[in-house]
Design a protein around this ligand. Structure first.
Ligand code: IVH
Length: 719
């Protein structure tokens, strides 16, 4: 691996970790800690790196998903028409480019576009059949969402029955929101009850809609704005601008303000006009959506992998104000990362009072030369946690000293007093103490998360409190919890206690008990072994019977030995043959590989990392406790002979687009179960690109490299 690629690989991993963590906070806890804009920056950096180094793309990269993951507790609904998202931009120039682009794609015709508010809520799809509300769903991953019918039915403005002769199938899409006033009131009540506050109206709306108990949604002042359709039968629409009147006629709430334009200037004017009025809307808006009006023109323009070519979202710049930075506090994140937070003189921005802002990390503070006592410009775009943009140097008080992070925290973790270290490769300081309560919580959450051991009742606040009250110091402690201990657990505060309760506790203990025999791959993933993601965990589980087998793996030792001994051809060949025989490796197909090397299921770095983990004191203790706790993960091992005989053995697949009858996860699982390998980026090593509808750049890449492209039917013929 070239040096810059190695560097990129590290950054990509770091970005993915951060993005996934922010996704989790956003979608599962409805409590984000960074602004959308900041999130978009991270996401864009990842996209750019992946575009530059396609080899680094993996199927589980956040860039390969359309939206958030559906929660397991709801029934799932497969969207008849995928719910895509829009390309976002913050620049007028890009809006102009968008219009120029479509004018080039459809030359010599007028292309009227509609400009309408971008509602900052939660995307929802509501299906009416013969006028009757059949079901409602969230976007989920764009293909499958959560069935939130009961919650949507509690929204007063959403009709359960459409009047008159409604179309046979009429799926309408829009945004559910909590109005601005309702949001303020709700947060006030929550504050008084000692409950955590919602970050913004959108998160409050998401939290309400994803509540399993519809009576909660019913008590929240939710509203709905419909702005599009999904599956439609029994009526023909030709212009988007007609849906506003049609929706009104059917009693469906929709935009009151929208504009038609057919030139760049007119579009930009409409965007500015909207900015003038949007603050008076009952709901939050964060931008304008520009959509081609004629459905026939939309069809010609088509889609990229994730979004339509016929629409773009323009986001308004966040409001900026000046205030004083009074102090810098350091918080310990759940991965042990120390995050500096600005304590500000309270100031009103975008309608709410702000007294904190994130400073990200030491380098950011240095780069912006932020000092305590400075006057700073902060920015906020509807979120509660704003960012410090810059220092007003002319207002710097005399004697303000450059900020020294290490000195400021007295060289210790502010939570546990443990040692801190700054890894030269990372920008952040980290608390080194694995037993630091802040970190333990994070590990427990990861352990119990979906994809790992899936112990839903131990997420978020429960994990927090279990650690805070000293009941759990290590994720495996969960297996020793008793119902009565858990039932008494106070999830609230001392003043406003809220106990977990007997019923929840019994359920949680049962769920924990069930985890004892979950598949080995999940256990390997849950243990958070460095460098072991889901794919590696699955690969390891296919070749090992138990966790102990992985810990003492001859295969892994062979992999590291092979790479160390490559100079010694004879010795290397012996090991290579042995690995090939087990199915753990196959001869390399790459012509560049003159030594006729091998490609192993798991690379040498990961192999070493796994061995190191089980060799460490913590790893050994983990293994011993797993035994004591009678944890026996179900084996997924397949015999070498069988592995080689599997229909897709040795084949590498890349997935793109939406398949007609299976999700990407299902297709990936199938490929792996049949002995194949799934990779994220198309390269010469790819055997097949499995493409569905709306496949994007990967198809072009496949054509360029001459990689075989197949559809779902052809895929099914392979087995
Ligand atoms: S049209 C094919 N119109 O913003 C995409 N979306 O990333 C159809 N949104 O997923 C979306 N207001 O949740 C559209 N007037 C509007 C919107 C809007 C808000 C949301 C929607 C979408 C996201 C774009």
């Amino acid at each position: 691996m070239a040096k810059d690629e190695a560097q990129a690989a590290r950054r990509v991993e770091e970005l993915r970790g951060q993005i996934k963590e922010h996704d989790r906070r956003y979608y599962q806890e409805a409590a984000p800690t960074i602004s959308d804009r900041e999130y978009d920056r991270l996401y864009k950096e990842l996209l750019d790196l992946e575009a530059k180094f396609p080899e680094l793309v993996t199927p589980d990269s956040p860039t390969q998903r359309v939206g958030g993951k559906p929660l397991q507790a709801f029934d799932q609904v497969r969207h008849r028409v995928p719910m895509l998202s829009l390309d976002n931009t913050y620049s007028e120039e890009e809006v102009a480019n968008f219009y120029k682009r479509i004018t080039k794609l459809l030359p010599n015709v007028k292309i009227p576009v509609v400009i309408e508010p971008k509602v900052d809520g939660v995307a929802v799809s509501v299906m009416y059949e013969n006028g009757k509300l059949k079901y409602a769903a969230t976007r989920g991953d764009g293909l499958v969402g959560d069935d939130i019918t009961q919650n949507i039915k509690t929204i007063k403005s959403v009709p359960h029955q459409l009047p008159g002769a409604a179309p046979r199938i009429f799926e309408v899409r829009g945004e559910a929101y909590l109005d601005k006033k309702g949001f303020e009131k709700l947060n006030k009540e929550r504050g008084a009850a000692g409950l955590p506050l919602f970050a913004n109206p959108r998160n409050a709306a998401a939290g309400s809609l994803k509540h399993l108990d519809p009576s909660v949604a019913a008590r929240r002042p939710l509203g709905m704005v419909f702005y599009g359709t999904g599956a439609v039968e029994g009526t023909a629409l030709d212009l988007h601008s007609k849906i506003f009147t049609l929706f009104k006629k059917l009693g469906l709430p929709t935009h009151e303000d929208w504009w038609l334009a057919d030139s760049v200037d007119k579009i930009l004017n409409a965007i500015r006009d909207l900015d003038e009025v949007r603050r008076d809307f009952a709901y939050e808006t964060d931008g304008a959506v520009i959509k081609v009006d004629a459905l026939a023109q939309r069809e010609k323009l088509g889609f990229t992998a994730k979004s339509p070519r016929w629409a773009i979202a323009y986001k308004y710049a966040a409001e900026q104000v000046e205030t004083k930075l009074l102090d810098i506090k350091v918080q310990v994140g759940r991965t042990g990362i120390l995050t500096p937070v600005a304590v500000l003189e309270p100031v009103l921005v975008s309608g709410s009072t702000v007294s904190r802002a994130t400073l990200h990390n030491e380098d950011e503070i240095k780069r912006k030369d932020i000092r305590i006592g400075d006057t700073v410009v902060i920015e906020k775009a509807g979120e509660v946690i704003p960012a410090v943009i810059e220092v007003v140097k002319s207002k710097r008080p005399r004697g303000a000293k450059p900020f020294d992070f290490f000195k400021h925290i007295h060289g210790k973790c502010p939570v546990c007093g443990g040692e801190v270290r700054r890894d030269p490769e990372f920008v952040a300081w980290r608390c080194e103490n694995l037993l630091c309560p802040a970190q333990t919580t994070r590990r427990v959450e990861f352990f119990a998360a979906r994809g790992a051991l899936d112990i839903e009742s131990v997420g978020g606040i429960v994990a927090d409190k279990l650690v805070e009250r000293g009941l759990v110091r290590d994720p495996l402690d969960l297996f020793e919890l008793k119902v009565d201990q858990l039932a008494k657990l106070n999830l609230g505060t001392d003043e406003a206690p809220r106990v977990f309760g007997e019923k929840n506790a019994t359920k949680a203990v049962q769920a924990i008990d069930r985890a004892r025999t979950l598949a080995l791959s999940r256990w390997l993933y849950a243990l958070a072994i460095p460098d072991v993601g889901k794919t590696t965990a699955t690969d390891l589980a296919r070749f090992h019977e138990t966790i102990e087998d992985v810990a003492n793996s001859k295969l892994l030792r062979d992999v590291t030995a092979y790479h160390e001994l490559r100079a010694d051809k004879e010795a290397a060949k012996q090991i290579a043959d042995r690995l090939i025989e087990t199915g753990f490796a196959e001869p390399s197909k790459s012509k560049a590989d003159k030594n006729r090397g091998i490609v192993t299921q798991v690379g040498p770095v990961v192999a070493q990392s796994v061995l190191d983990f089980f060799d460490s004191a913590a790893g050994k203790k983990t293994l011993q406790r797993i035994k004591q706790l009678r944890i026996k993960p179900a084996t997924e091992k397949i015999s070498a002979k069988k592995a080689a005989e599997l229909p897709l053995a040795g084949k590498t697949f890349v997935l793109t687009g939406a398949l007609p009858s299976m999700t990407r996860e299902e297709a990936s699982a199938k490929i792996q179960a049949l002995g194949g390998h799934v990779s994220g980026g198309v390269s010469k090593k790819t055997d097949y690109v499995l493409a569905g509808s709306e496949a994007g750049g990967k198809l072009d890449k496949a054509k360029e490299l001459g990689v075989k492209v197949i559809d779902e039917a052809q895929f099914r013929n392979l087995w």
